[in-house]
Design a protein around this ligand. Structure first.
Ligand code: F6R
Length: 614
């Protein structure tokens, strides 16, 4: 949800700002803008509707030697994507410029108040109020003190924000602050940097300052980064961490798109995650920060997540209940936040979030903590809000996921959830050490099984033809495969814009079967499992109505092969592990359908990678 970057230092700012925006474009891409500041304080702004490439083309006309600047790539919340609504936003005098990620919930009251005092607004955004509030504070109580003006201005805001701003009266200085939206900073000999996440900073440094909730930072051209609490009390030891992946991890590296790269990276991601996880007494999850007594006492689990991560939760429930025998409820965070919760004295909340910044998921974690539950985060992003705010964290270590549609984080999160379930199961004595070892050995086979699926990508390319003239598609499966079907349908709709609906296969006859007509594509996920025969009956039912069936089946399943129009073959896998393997075919299928329809698979319309608004 919007990416922001800032730089002040020795070098021209524009190259870093544009490169940073390109890296952060997955966060939003409906408009982009940059504000450069000369040593005299004079500000130069370029902004436009469209992608960072459009902004970069406009910037070519600039003779941009300025060494201070801020920039933004937007995912619209308030005000349509347009030149005027693109960030940065300025105050009335044009001497304050602001970029913002988040939502200012009380902006309408503030706009009314500011207009009454004579301010004029140039956009329909909620963000512009920040520039006008800073303008007023600079002229009034802050008496020209930029940091104080930012502190006073943000004290009027309700909602969430990560902000970087410039003031012509304080040339070379960038003021940043955050509440609820992420912001990282770096101090280097070349200058000081700010960015919404570490991917934009990986080329510049490996050591990052994580701006804390409610804190304010001052960045100077010397590279100095000073951090203050919201009331400007200095923070002696800001929160810092090291970036543990190199910048090349966030580049295409020869692949045609990030989605292709990230699908292909799944075996290595899982290998990394499993390394060193089997110890003498079971699964090693030292990073959880919960005592053995706390772990053994857990008697109820809530799994809360959004989107693809919620699908991980649906499968994790099976692991927690089957292995650890702990009753588990799985909730979409956006719904959960407004529901009653029934915690016990030993309730565990597991949040699953690739980005670690999804606003609804973070709100759920806070709600559970307030109710007395311990929260464990399964996340991919080091130092993310989810990691910092939770009682324990399990990093999935999938490396940066740039394509908006989640692929490698999904499978890595599934494996992480399985590790956690085995860990809990051992801690409460629900399963034996030898069973933990057997399940772990099965898990270790996942990379090899996925490689086999990857080598069969041609099957997905061929099957994609079944969607050539389709307006809609149905995905069916039973048991854990019904969630794989859901995930396949989500991937297809988000990147190909083709409507897709997933249904538990046995439920289909209660309604969705009415959709089926000759040629209608139906994907049936029917690997070897205890419900295979039942799913085959459902496959026959849609066949009987003329559907074009695409069956995901286990090698050598002659019965399914005889019934399906297209086959996506998977190697034999334990049923519990099949979601990790099978989904790879559906990721590939969605990508091929999207490419055939001319879609941008990495940046689907209307979406953003990191959903930091509720
Ligand atoms: C779909 C997708 C989204 C995310 C969802 C939650 O491919 O990526 O549905 O899964 O926005 O994001 P995280 O996992 O970052 O909380």
């Amino acid at each position: 949800m919007c990416g922001i970057v800032g730089y002040t230092g020795k070098n021209p700012a524009l190259p870093f700002l544009l490169e940073g925006l390109r890296t952060l474009e997955y966060r939003g891409y409906d408009s982009a803008g940059v504000e450069l500041e000369a040593p005299s304080g004079s500000l130069t702004e370029v902004k436009c509707k469209g992608r960072v490439a459009a902004l970069a083309a406009l910037c070519e006309k600039l003779d941009a030697t300025q060494t201070t600047g801020i920039a933004h790539t937007r995912w619209a919340t308030h005000g349509e994507p347009s030149d005027a609504n693109a960030h940065p936003h300025r105050d009335c005098s044009g001497r304050v410029a602001v970029v913002h990620n988040g939502i200012i919930e009380n902006f309408q009251e503030l706009v009314a108040e500011l207009e009454e005092r004579g301010h004029h607004f140039a956009s329909e955004t909620d963000s512009e109020v920040i520039a006008h509030l800073i303008e007023e504070a600079l002229a009034g109580p802050a008496e020209g003190d930029f940091a104080l003006a930012v502190s006073l201005a943000t004290s009027r805001l309700e909602g969430s924000w990560a902000i970087a701003c410039l003031s012509a009266a304080s040339p070379g200085e960038i003021l940043c602050c955050r509440k609820g939206s992420p912001l990282v900073l770096a101090s280097t000999p070349d200058g000081a940097y700010a960015a919404s996440d570490v991917t934009a900073l990986a080329h510049t440094t490996s050591h990052v300052v994580n701006l804390g909730e409610g804190q304010i930072a001052r960045l100077l051209p010397t590279g100095e980064v000073s951090v203050f609490e919201g009331d400007l009390t200095p923070v002696a030891e800001p929160d810092t961490f090291d970036i543990d992946w190199d910048a090349s991890a966030a580049t295409l590296g020869g692949y045609p798109d990030f989605m292709a790269k990230e699908i292909a990276e799944q075996p290595e991601a899982i290998e990394r995650l499993l390394e060193g996880r089997l110890g003498q007494d079971g699964i090693v999850l030292d990073e959880l920060r919960l005592s053995p007594e706390e772990v053994a006492a857990i008697d109820r689990i809530y799994v809360v997540a959004c989107g693809t991560s919620w699908h991980v939760g649906l499968i994790a429930k099976t692991y927690f209940e089957t292995w650890a025998r702990i009753p588990t409820t799985v909730e979409c965070a956006s719904e959960f936040n407004y529901e009653e919760i029934l915690t016990t004295d030993h309730t565990l909340c597991v949040i699953i979030t690739q980005s670690g910044e999804t606003a609804d998921t973070l709100a759920s974690a806070r709600k559970m903590q307030a109710a007395g539950a311990k929260v464990i985060a399964i996340t991919n992003v080091l130092g993310s809000s989810a990691a910092r705010e939770s009682d324990g964290v399990l990093y999935v270590q999938a490396g940066p996921e740039i394509a908006v549609a989640s692929t490698k984080a999904y499978t890595a999160q599934l494996v992480a959830a399985a590790l956690l379930a085995l860990f809990l199961a051992r801690a409460n004595g629900a399963i034996s050490l030898s069973e933990v070892r057997s399940r772990f050995r099965e898990m270790q086979r996942a990379p090899e099984l996925i490689r086999i699926v990857l080598s069969r990508a041609w099957q997905d390319e061929v099957a994609a033809q079944a969607f050539a003239s389709a307006h809609s598609a149905l995905f069916l499966g039973r048991g854990v495969s019904s969630t794989t079907a859901r995930e396949g349908a989500l991937k297809l709709k988000e990147i190909s814009y083709l409507h897709a609906e997933a249904y538990p296969a046995g439920e289909m006859k209660h309604g969705p079967i009415a959709l089926v007509e000759p040629g209608y594509p139906v994907v049936v996920v029917v690997p070897e499992s205890h419900v295979r025969d039942k799913t085959i009956s459902n496959l026959q039912e849609v066949n009987a109505r003329g559907a074009t069936t695409i069956a995901l089946a286990t090698n050598g399943d002659v019965r399914v092969a005889q019934l399906a129009s297209h086959l996506l073959l998977v190697p034999p896998a334990p049923e519990w592990l099949s979601p990790v393997v099978d989904v790879v075919h559906l990721q590939l299928l969605a990508r091929y359908v999207a490419l055939a329809r001319g879609c941008d698979v990495d940046k689907p319309r209307n979406l953003a990678k990191s959903v930091t608004v509720e």
